[in-house]
Design a protein around this ligand. Structure first.
Ligand SMILES: NC(=O)c1ccc[n+]([C@@H]2O[C@H](COP(=O)([O-])OP(=O)(O)OC[C@H]3O[C@@H](n4cnc5c(N)ncnc54)[C@H](OP(=O)(O)O)[C@@H]3O)[C@@H](O)[C@H]2O)c1
Length: 351
């Protein structure tokens, strides 16, 4: 059999458009898979990487986090997969820096511990919305010990249970998820609800239905002028244990509301997707941190939860994909579209 050609959308230097060109066909090391990609998804992180070169460790670079496709090669010590399996997976160029670990290519290397079989009834285009958001959600919810997201910024350690395939009784714990219609916020809503956590979400009014579909018990309008008061009322009425807030947006506007809510509720966790406000700006008893969405805490979820939960419908491929085009040359326009912002959708390029 002849060796397939690999191609990638390369970033040659920060701020330049991606260039589609040949790439070496990667091989699978121990514990790794090579996947022939059928779809990749775009994340806001990718836009930052392209514009500023932040996190790029090796030039020219191939980056991107989300892939769906067929297993092309299986590395030593991998037992859960075989060649030809349909999979989704989280590509980790972000931490490894290796070009072969970037999603924006025809073939990508991923750790087998960050992959799951995609049930036949789910298309690659739908499945590819899951991986990076899933890992971010597990990092937000289930880390038990704080680590470091970046120098001087610790990761939050809410220590909440993993999602369960069974119906779990409500744990009496309540978590506010700010940005319930975003990719990370909606996935965190799904996993928290599947762990028995009572979720109060904040989203645009037009996306209440999506947030409820993900399992939010109540949703409040991000544009409501009394937003913080309404969330505080809902938390008080609900009783139980207020865990804190996962802020999946992390802007000065959302932090101002977080601070009001945490102040009135007597403190709690503030887990964010960006560096949280400095301690001096936070009320007492607030434990603040920033997630870093590459962590082995997600391994049990990848290995035991994702495939059966996708199959049963407990884990849904939300927010729904919006296909920007077919072919690596469409990744650049997908990045441009991502920079202008999306509402309750994940941009996808089919290959
Ligand atoms: N630290 C990490 O490891 C990590 C990992 C993943 C992502 N991130 C960061 O997390 C952020 C979210 O990423 P994503 O992929 O989830 O984003 P996304 O899906 O592209 O976010 C779009 C959504 O954000 C919502 N939104 C925007 N401003 C809002 C506000 N003030 N209140 C409530 N919702 C608001 C919009 O909601 P409506 O349309 O409903 O109004 C929209 O649906 C990005 O900044 C990304 O860089 C960090």
């Amino acid at each position: 059999m002849s060796t397939p050609n690999n191609k990638a959308a390369w970033l040659i230097k920060a701020g330049s458009p991606l260039q589609v060109d040949d790439a070496l066909l990667p091989t699978a090391g121990p514990g790794e898979l090579v996947v022939k990609n059928a779809a990749i998804a775009i994340n806001p992180l990718d836009c930052h990487m392209q514009v500023s070169g932040v996190f790029v460790q090796q030039w020219p670079a191939i980056f991107g986090c989300d892939i769906a496709g067929e297993v092309h090669e299986v590395g030593k010590d991998v037992e859960r997969f075989k060649i030809g399996n349909r999979v989704i997976g989280h590509a980790i160029n972000l931490t490894s820096g290796r070009p072969q670990d970037g999603a924006y290519a025809l073939y990508t290397v991923i750790p087998a511990s960050k992959a799951a079989i995609l049930p036949d009834e789910i298309s690659f285009t739908n499945g590819v919305v899951v991986p990076f958001a899933l890992e971010a959600a597990v990092c937000a919810l289930s880390l038990k010990e704080p680590g470091f997201a970046m120098p001087g910024v610790s990761t939050p350690a809410l220590g909440l249970p993993y999602p369960s395939l069974q119906e779990v009784p409500s744990s009496e714990k309540t978590l506010v998820i700010y940005g319930g219609s975003s990719s990370v916020g909606s996935m965190t809503t799904q996993l928290a609800a599947a762990a028995g956590i009572h979720v109060i979400a904040i989203a645009g009014e037009h996306n209440f239905e999506l947030s409820k579909r993900c399992g939010a018990a109540e949703v409040f309008d991000r544009n409501d002028t009394s937003l913080a008061d309404k969330v505080i009322d809902a938390l008080r009425k609900n009783g139980g244990e207020f865990v804190g807030i996962f802020d999946a947006i992390g802007t000065p506007e959302t932090y101002a509301h977080d601070i009001t809510i945490l102040d009135q509720l007597g403190g709690g966790y503030l887990a964010s997707v960006h560096p949280p406000p400095p301690p001096i700006d936070l009320p007492p008893n607030v434990n603040a941190g920033m997630i870093f969405a590459v962590n082995d805490v997600a391994t049990p979820v990848w290995e035991e939860y994702v495939t059966p939960a996708l199959h049963s419908g407990k884990l849904q491929c939300l927010p729904a994909p919006l296909v920007v085009g077919k072919g690596l040359e469409h990744i650049q326009s997908a990045l441009e579209k991502c920079k202008t912002g999306v509402s309750a959708t994940k941009l996808v390029v089919e290959l």
